[in-house]
Each structure stands twice: as structure tokens, then as C-alpha cells.
Design a protein around this ligand. Structure first.
Ligand code: GAL
Ligand code: ZN
Length: 691
């Protein structure tokens, strides 16, 4: 990789605002899919919808470079100009997710190879390998040609690199990857193969190598299980390769556009460290929001909230380059249709949890290709109907209020740990049939959300100030250097809850030599003297006895020995040798508390356990008396609070006691404690100057 020149010197933090100079609102636009007559009225309609931006040229490499080195940007020049005349700016994309057939025929070796050794072919997208030096060279050529061509165009305001790296395909086992993986390992282990053997534990199953040249990417179709250390380094390599590929493009765009362009990317997918160099290269991160992938209306709201919070944990406030506007469909599925008002509600929810600019996917539904049923704002027949009306209403609201939202950050006082690629990847290499840390985090998050606390997600090395309660849900991979931060968080009055199995794996993805929870043992004030899995067919039923109430453990148990003045908060019942042993411990430290929980955070367990913990932590709901279907989120700056109030259901719902202020959506004044009636999927945005 070339020497890194990160654009952003600030630390990536959940509190970081996105560096946008206005609230961009618009749609992804593929004018090349439509004839002139069909798209003739698009600019006027976009203005009616309150839009100020479109995203273009995302998959149009073949149009812009029909033969090698033969560039033609005339179509996009005139589209950018046509929209620009109506005040609609353009964000362009490097088109490298869709390499042309002339390129892959010329160099078939740049096509990706899947884990079964099958080489991809032309016919879809994401088929070329970012580790392939030739593909990188062609990516640089098209990026440079675009950057130079559009650098004088004042209607072009920003860029998206590629499209959703790792969305369809996040592993590649081609020849270029074999070489690049070996180079990555040579650099990581300073050319010392003995060191690699030691850190991978290659004495096991006689796996030791005598030269880096012997190492291959870990194919899943090996006869038996792959070494988890090898697997984790491979995931780190994937991140390294994508980050380098993107960095080429970012360097080119910065050189041509200086500071006048923003640069982002639309995530978030596996094996990319969005808290690392990948996002430090960008002005802000992008995240594509498609809540309708969750077919269950009763879970959709909380899964959307969790996904948004996990994104903010990576790099702060962000842009949404693609936001659901209608049902999506591809050959195997078709989403539920968002009900009237639902797309608007999803939009306000996204903004409430850290979105600082947003584009809908897509302007008009396409009639051909692999996404014929991915419904956009306008239907196949080009007649604006319900979706257009609804998106226009929220589009114009955002147009009016965007400037009041920018500069505020999401206010939270409790959080689950999130945002660490290595923790997630290490977890995935050795799941033991347990829920992932993502699922466990989602359980805790949704219970806190349901109880109307101001919940978010924060990385353990990030700024924890302002939090009263912080959860580490079973992060088996845990770095020693994160512990200090947690210790001062507790000493200053925070309540920390550490879930079972945390701290059990080190940076080599080996099990630690210590008793669990490894590097968290001191802080937790416990040692795990026995652990075991609660397989559903084992017939074992273990209860956590809280002395008055109890909860059934699922998936996992740990018996805890108390140290450092810790005391039992719950004990085990149900197995002879465990009866009475500590299941949950509590340690007072400084002004705060540490709980260690020797079982898994299922939704049911979290639901039982959290009321007690949240009152121990001194948490208060965002507002009193919020009914179940209503979600209230606060964004604030030093002077104002913005209460985003969203009704998540298809029925009227009343908030009995609203905050005092002005509902910016209606302009109506609201007195302290006044009730607020919300229509189905209705929203209010109350600006309050109260502290
Ligand atoms: C996104 C992708 C878009 C489009 C959309 C609908 O993941 O970035 O290009 O495919 O999904 O499927
Ligand atoms: Zn490859």
C-alpha cells in the first residue's frame, strides 16, 4: 500500500458531526436507464420534492470508457448540467463495482475466485478483484479520467467510492489474493516465518510453514476446520486490500478536487474496518438504510435503530447514499410495501440517529436488469403516485429544517459496545453455535430502546463520557489497551456490564492462558472457574436466582469466583455442583459499579435483567410515559434540544406528555406536559431550548 495520508486528523468518534456544508437531500439517479422523453420532467419533479442532490454514474463504466482509454463523459456532462440549472447538484461515483467486459476479457485473471475455487464471470457486478494490481491500475485510470474531467464542474459536489464494497462478495481466493495475502503476512510478521508459526499456533495439526510462499488463503472447503488465527489474519487482509484499493481512488479525487468535494462510501459490510484507515480516508462515512429487509413490523423499528447506532459507533454522524423509498425486490425476495407514512417515519428515524444527509434509492423503478422490482420513488410507468407524494413531503421538510439539524449530535446515556471489526471477525471464526456479538448487542439495545432510554452504541476505546451504563456483550476478542478506559469510566461513576466469555481470546485469536475474563478479570473482580454450553437437548435447566426473582439461562453458563470485594448479584440453581455459586457479580469501584454476567444476553434475559441494572445505573427514560409504539430520540447542541418523535405503528398514538417547545414540522407551539397525538407513522420534531 502506498504511504497513507489520511484526510481526517480528528479521532473517529460517535460524537463527530459529518462535515457537510448543507443537508443534502435527494435520490440516486440512473439517467442512462431512461430515454430523453421519460426523464424530461425529472429536474422539475426533484425540485418539487425538495431535492438538492442526485448520485450518478455509479455503474456506468462501460458508457464512460467504451473501449480502453477511450473516455466519453458527454452524457453525464449534459445530465449534470440539466439538473444543475434547477439547483440540483451531483455526487458522482467511481464506477469500479461494474468493470466492462472488454477489461475482463482482456485480463480474465482479474475476475474474483470464490471459496470453492470457482472464477466469476461477466454478467453481474463486483466481479473483479481489488487485490489484482492490473485491476487497481484500471481503477486508477477511470478514476483519474473522471476526476480530471469533472474537476472544473461546479455542479459536482462530492464522490462515492465504488459501491458497497464487500456487499455480495467479501472473500476472494484468486492468484493475486494469494500473492497479496503473503505480502501482507510478510509485512505483519517482519518476514519471520517462525513468528507467524508461533502466532498462528501452527504446531497444531502439523501446519507449520517454512516459507511465506507456502501459505494460501483459507478456503472453507478444506477437509476440516481452518485455523482461526489464519482465518482472522485473512479477514484483516481483506480489509487491508479494500482500504488500499479505495485509497488509490481517494488520492486521485483529492488531488483533482482539493477540498471542494466531499468523499464518502456506502457501507457497511463484513471485513472492513470502518473505524480504521478506510473511513479516516473519507470525509464521513455513508451507510445504506433498508429497514424493510426486516419483514416483521414489530422488530423493524428496533433493528433500524440498532443498525443506525452501530454505524454511528464507527465514525460519528454519517450520510445515507441510499435510503429505502419503496419495497425492494430481487429474484428471490420482495419486501413488504412500506405503508402510507412509513417511508417518512423511517427517514426521520434515520435522521434522529445521526444522519446528516440522505439520498433515496432510487429515483425511478427500473424496467430491466437484475433489479426490476426495486421500487423507486416513481413507478415503472413514470407516473408520480403515493411514494412521490410522501417523499416530497418529507423532502420539503428536510429542505426547510436541515440547517437546524446539522451541527447537533445524538444524545445518549447508555450504550452497547460496537464498531470493532476484529472483535466481530474473531467472534465469527469460533462461534460454538452461540449467538453472535452483534445479535447479543441487538438484544440488549432493543430492551433499552423499548424501555425508552437514550441508547446508542460506542466502541470501548471511544469517548465514554456522558454514559451512565455501558454493556460489553460477549466480546471474546478484547484488547488489553481498552481496559484502562473502562476502568476510569467506572471510577467516575459509570456502570459497566460485562457479558460471559468476554476477554477470552487474544489478538492472535488464541484462547488466553488466564482464567476468564482474561484482561477484564481485575476490573470485573471475578474469575470464571467453570463454563459450559447449555445445548437445548441437554435437558439441563439452569436458573439465575436473584433472591426473590429468577431468570432462565440460555446458551451458556459460567460459575464465578469472587475477588476484589465483589459480591454475588445472582446465584445458580438447577445443577447439583453449581447450586449457590455466583452467576452474576457486582463490584463497586470508585463512584461506579461493574457487573459480570455469567450467561448470554438473550432478549428474554436482557428484558428481565435490565430494569434492575438500569435503576442501579440511575438511568431515566428520555421522557416520562412514552407509549410502546412511540420512539423519542434527542439530538442536541449547546443551546438546543431536538426531540424526534416517531410513531412506529399504523394506528394513531398519543404521547401523553410532550416536551415544551415548537414542533418544527407543523410550526405549532407545545406547552410543557401537553399531549401530542400522532397519526399512523406520524412524526413530530420538537425544538426545545430547555436544558
Ligand atoms: C444496494 C446497492 C444498490 C442496489 C440496492 C438495491 O445494496 O448499493 O446498487 O443494488 O442495494 O438492491
Ligand atoms: Zn482476489
Amino acid at each position: 500500500m502506498s504511504t497513507r495520508q489520511t484526510n481526517c486528523s480528528e479521532k473517529l468518534s460517535h460524537k463527530r458531526p459529518a462535515k457537510v456544508d448543507r443537508f443534502w437531500i435527494g435520490a440516486t439517479y440512473y439517467p442512462e436507464h431512461w430515454d430523453e422523453k421519460t426523464r424530461a420532467k425529472d429536474p422539475e419533479l426533484m425540485v418539487d420534492a425538495g431535492f438538492n442532490i442526485v448520485r450518478m454514474a455509479e455503474f456506468a463504466w462501460t458508457m464512460m470508457e467504451p473501449q480502453e482509454g477511450n473516455f466519453d463523459f458527454s452524457f453525464f456532462d449534459s445530465e449534470i448540467e440539466r439538473l444543475g440549472r434547477h439547483g440540483i447538484r451531483t455526487m458522482l461515483c467511481t464506477p469500479t463495482a461494474a468493470p466492462p467486459v472488454w477489461l475482463t476479457r482482456m485480463h480474465p485473471e482479474m475476475l474474483r475466485v470464490n471459496e470453492n475455487g470457482v472464477r466469476m464471470s461477466h454478467g453481474s457486478r463486483q466481479h473483479a478483484c481489488p487485490s489484482n494490481p492490473l485491476f487497481r491500475a484500471f481503477s486508477k485510470k477511470i478514476s483519474s479520467a473522471m476526476a480530471e474531467h469533472f474537476s472544473g464542474n461546479s455542479n459536482v459536489v462530492g464522490w462515492q467510492t465504488d459501491n458497497e464494497f464487500n456487499c455480495h462478495f467479501n472473500e476472494c481466493h484468486c492468484e493475486a489474493c494469494q500473492n497479496a495475502f503473503r505480502d501482507f503476512l510478510r509485512a505483519k510478521y517482519a518476514g519471520d516465518i517462525a513468528e507467524l508459526n508461533r502466532r498462528w499456533g501452527n504446531v497444531f495439526w502439523s501446519l507449520s510453514y517454512s516459507d511465506f510462499a507456502e501459505i494460501e488463503t483459507p478456503h472453507q472447503m478444506k477437509p476440516a476446520y481452518v485455523n482461526p488465527s489464519h482465518q482472522l489474519d485473512y479477514y484483516r487482509f481483506i480489509n487491508h486490500s479494500i482500504t488500499a484499493f479505495q485509497h488509490d481512488q481517494v488520492e486521485i479525487l483529492r488531488r483533482a478536487g482539493g477540498k471542494k468535494w466531499f468523499i464518502t462510501h456506502n457501507g457497511c459490510f463484513n471485513h472492513i474496518d470502518y473505524r480504521g484507515d478506510f473511513s479516516k480516508d473519507l470525509d464521513f462515512l455513508g451507510y445504506d438504510v433498508y429497514p424493510m429487509f426486516n419483514n416483521r413490523p414489530d422488530w423493524r423499528a428496533s433493528s433500524q435503530a440498532f443498525a443506525l447506532d452501530m454505524t454511528r459507533a464507527l465514525a460519528g454522524n454519517f450520510m445515507v447514499p441510499e435510503h429505502q423509498s419503496g419495497p425492494g425486490g430481487q429474484p428471490p425476495y420482495f419486501h413488504n410495501n412500506p405503508l402510507p407514512g412509513e417511508a417518512r417515519a423511517m427517514t426521520w428515524k434515520s435522521i434522529s440517529r445521526g444522519v446528516d444527509s440522505l439520498l433515496y434509492f432510487r429515483w425511478r423503478t427500473c424496467r430491466f436488469g437484475a433489479e426490476e422490482y426495486w421500487c423507486g420513488i416513481i413507478d415503472h410507468d413514470n407516473v408520480p403516485r403515493r411514494r412521490f407524494k410522501e417523499i416530497s413531503s418529507v423532502g420539503n421538510e428536510i429542505k426547510k429544517l436541515g440547517s437546524k439539524i446539522l451541527g447537533t449530535s445524538v444524545s445518549i446515556d447508555c450504550a452497547v459496545a460496537g464498531g470493532d471489526m476484529e472483535a466481530q471477525d474473531a467472534d465469527s471464526t469460533y462461534l460454538l453455535g452461540l449467538p453472535t456479538i452483534f445479535q447479543a448487542g441487538a438484544n440488549v439495545h432493543s430492551v433499552l430502546l423499548k424501555r425508552k432510554f437514550a441508547v446508542g452504541a460506542v466502541h470501548p476505546e471511544d469517548d465514554l463520557s456522558g454514559l451512565k451504563l455501558y454493556f460489553i456483550p460477549h466480546w471474546s476478542f478484547f484488547k488489553k489497551e481498552w481496559v484502562k478506559k473502562l476502568e476510569s469510566f467506572v471510577e467516575n461513576g459509570g456502570t459497566l456490564v460485562i457479558g460471559a466469555r468476554s476477554g477470552s481470546r487474544d489478538e492472535n485469536n488464541h484462547v488466553v492462558a488466564d482464567l476468564l475474563p482474561g484482561c477484564l478479570k481485575e476490573l470485573a473482580g471475578v474469575s470464571v472457574v467453570e463454563y459450559g454450553k447449555l445445548n437445548p437437548d441437554s435437558g439441563v435447566r439452569l436458573e439465575l436466582d436473584f433472591g426473590g426473582s429468577s431468570a432462565t439461562a440460555e446458551h451458556w453458563y459460567e460459575a464465578l469466583e469472587l475477588e476484589k470485594g465483589s459480591r454475588p448479584y445472582a446465584v445458580w440453581r438447577g445443577l447439583r455442583h453449581l447450586d449457590g455459586q455466583c452467576a452474576i457479580s457486582l463490584r463497586n469501584l470508585g463512584k461506579g459499579k461493574v457487573f459480570y454476567v455469567g450467561t448470554y444476553f438473550t432478549y428474554n434475559f436482557a428484558d428481565l435483567f435490565l430494569p434492575g441494572i438500569s435503576s442501579e445505573a440511575g438511568l431515566e427514560p428520555v421522557l416520562g410515559g412514552i407509549p410502546e409504539p412511540i420512539e423519542v430520540t434527542v439530538r442536541k447542541d449547546s443551546k438546543r434540544k431536538l426531540y424526534f418523535i416517531v410513531n412506529n405503528i399504523n394506528e394513531d398514538c398519543v404521547l401523553p406528555s410532550a416536551p415544551a417547545g415548537t414542533d418544527l414540522l407543523t410550526g405549532k407551539k407545545i406547552a410543557e406536559g401537553q399531549s401530542l397525538k400522532l397519526e399512523p407513522f406520524g412524526c413530530a420534531l420538537v425544538e426545545s431550548t430547555a436544558s
